[in-house]
Design a binder for this molecule. Sequence first.
Ligand code: NAD
Length: 279
Amino acid sequence: MIIDGKKVAFSILEELKEKVKKLDKKPGLAVILANDDPSSKVYVSSKEKYSLDLGYKSCVYRFDKTITQGKLIQLIHELNENPDINGILVQLPLFSHLNEDEILELIHPKKDVDGFHPVNIGKLYAGLEPYAVCCTPKGIIKLLKAYNIKIEGKKALVIGRSNIVGKPVASLLLNENATVTIAHSKTKNLKEYTKKADIIVSATGHPKLITADMVKKGAVVIDVGIVRQDNGRLVGDIDFEKVKDIASYITPVPGGVGPMTIACLMENTYELFLLQNKR
Ligand code: NAD
């Protein structure tokens, strides 16, 4: 079965829209763009559009190369203090002269809508409830649950160990009582691991890394990878056309994990609004 991320994301957004209509004050999301990567520009515009569609207050700060670390630090402090802003998102990567780690740590953990602050990451690893859970990993768990896919007791393989996808999704799967293995670029004989997995979450950005012969019959396959090919088409890590005949559930690219990331970002903004307004 093909997992329809667009459909699940749409229902999350529709539900949110109804909840937001009932609020007397609107949630506010600030997005900072300080790089000139074309994909980042597209992602930021999309975040702005979704925020406005939901009736959120949306503030986008776009900077060119002249932005300094000091100015960015000052902006984060101002946004931390601004009661109209409930979520602060720094689009990564930043220009190379800026220190990302320092900027991310300055965001107040209760406004850290991306869930990247060490406090939120620490809470996630400790099995405590973070103020916000990283959007893509959260979206993956929601997709599995939307399709009633059992996680507890399953062998889950996460391919990729980045701080934004691989590590947090592995923690979430562990918190859901899966037996989790993490593979990465130095893993030898990846097939040995993929063949045993009941659930595969692949987040590498290598097209067709996972081929049909690597997947156990009936496995659940979640493709996080997004790569734009020369012909403009988006592809993931999985050889979708062949693996779909072996997997019990599989996410397409596009239309799988991607839409869930933005829906979870919007949900996190709403949840942080409630937290800050003690509702
Ligand atoms: P990253 O480059 O930070 O990490 C990639 C990871 O893949 C690394 O940990 C590396 O060890 C591992 N890896 C690389 N080659 C490998 C191989 N041959 N075998 C096993 N592991 C290998 O990337 P990221 O930020 O985690 O993103 C990964 C992919 O997911 C990218 O394509 C990105 O565009 C996509 N992504 C999608 C969404 C979404 O919403 N769908 C969100 C975030 C990232």
